[in-house]
Design a binder for this molecule. Structure first.
Ligand SMILES: Cc1ncc(COP(=O)(O)O)c(C=O)c1O
Length: 409
């Protein structure tokens, strides 16, 4: 079964709004996706029928508690967690990670080591650098091979040792789009006696995450990157989360997941996040929710791969263009549909502005992939242009973008 892109697009109202007389082309998806109608309805319905704080005896409060429970179940299915209580909601991935880093850091002693990578978004780098400063920890780096666009696993192997406590790595890179070998990295971390914290923000819209198969201890993602509202989700192995002591106020729960969720939850966006996962499952077929997600993601991947390889081949035809990341189709399974490039003699902001003028929304700069841009030699000269495809983009849109880019050269 193939993805019916017109049926998909019909569900996203934002794709049909006009901006200066034409419908924009959303290729800023790694920075945030549009939402389908059922997500909008879920948020709206929460306000209309269920709006209350949690833990009360009255109907709206009880419906809010029921919503939290069922959203945890849905998100546990989405990530293949073994129990709904392994799902923690928080404002966004960055805040969840800063919060989590403080909690796990309480177990670390001076001289303990944390591994981070040059491939990661700063949200999975700087929380650990800050923790290291506070607790006198040692940071070790996994090198990004700028030619291959992949992590240099030899530097990972040599960074691991008996002092390593935690490995922090992204599932898919927000700049290069590279998918990292998380299962292998998790096994290597565990063999060294360390745990692994995975940033799945950029993989979750494209690859069906399976925390059990990946053998990860902790994994974090953001619903607004997979067609949901602005909220973050943390998965943690239940026993490991229970062993940690997060900073919290005294009356709040002492149990996981409640002890991790500071203050009042964003119940309307929790409702929207559940709806986003239900939307994704609705694109697939199968006897169970997880099977429908599997079928949906297979369709999405096949469709997005078609678009991204047309884009990459089209970009390769631009004289003097610099494209970084995996551009060999034999390694198609090692990337998500996010492509970074620079046009010859043009600042990335100029290219992004020219595309914006044609109602094509893309990003330029470093998108917080600070170390990646440094490794690519573009930390100080404006970074790169990023085009990020989602399953609602069309081949006509890709052709139009290529035509505009050819016109800029
Ligand atoms: C790979 C990656 N990690 C983390 C983040 C930060 O996510 P949030 O905005 O939810 O804090 C982003 C945001 O773009 C990202 O792309």
């Amino acid at each position: 079964m193939v993805l019916n892109v017109q049926a998909v697009r019909a569900q996203f109202p934002a794709l049909h709004h006009q901006e200066n007389g034409r419908a924009p082309i959303f290729l800023d998806n790694p920075a945030g996706t549009q939402v389908p109608q059922n997500v909008i309805d879920a948020v709206r319905n929460y306000y209309l029928h269920d709006n209350a704080n949690s833990g009360g005896f009255f109907a709206t409060s009880q419906r809010t508690d029921a919503l939290k429970r069922s959203a945890r179940e849905t998100l546990a299915d989405f990530l293949n967690a073994s129990h709904p209580d392994e799902i923690v909601f928080g404002p966004n991935m960055t805040t969840l990670t800063l919060h989590f880093s403080r909690a796990i850091g309480r177990q670390f002693k001076p001289g303990d080591e944390i591994i981070v990578t040059q491939m990661d978004h700063d949200a999975n780098v700087n929380p650990w650098l800050l923790l290291a400063q506070d607790k006198d920890l040692v940071i070790r780096w996994v090198r990004l091979d700028p030619e291959e666009g992949t992590l240099d696993l030899q530097t990972y192997e040599s960074a691991l040792n008996k002092k390593t406590r935690l490995v922090c790595v992204g599932h898919a890179a927000n700049a290069l789009g590279t998918i990292n070998p998380i299962k292998k990295m998790a096994q290597m971390a565990h063999a060294a006696g360390a745990q692994i914290y995975v940033d799945a923000v950029q993989s979750a819209p494209h690859v069906l995450v399976n925390v059990q198969d990946l053998e990860v201890d902790y994994l974090v993602c953001s619903a607004y990157k997979f067609y949901g509202p602005h909220i973050g989700v943390l998965y943690g192995n239940y026993d490991l989360l229970e062993q940690l002591t997060p900073y919290k106020v005294r009356p709040a729960s002492d149990k996981t997941p409640g002890k991790w969720e500071t203050g009042t939850g964003s119940f309307e966006t929790i409702a929207g996040t559940k709806a986003a996962v239900e939307y994704l499952a609705s694109l697939g077929e199968g006897p169970s929710f997880r099977k429908r997600l599997e079928s949906s993601y297979a369709k999405i991947a096949e469709y997005e791969q078609g678009l991204v390889w047309r884009l990459i081949e089209g970009l390769k035809a631009v004289p003097g263009i610099e494209i970084r990341g995996i551009v060999d189709k034999n390694h198609a399974d090692m990337r998500v549909p996010t492509v970074v490039f620079r046009l010859k003699g043009q600042h990335p902001d100029e290219t992004a502005q020219a595309l914006a003028d044609a109602a094509i929304y893309v990003w330029s700069g470093d998108y917080y992939a600070v170390e990646t841009m440094r490794a690519l030699g573009h930390a100080a000269d404006g970074g790169m242009v990023r085009i990020g495809i989602a399953h609602y983009n069309t081949s006509d849109e890709i052709e139009y973008v290529l035509e505009k880019l050819y016109g800029l050269c």
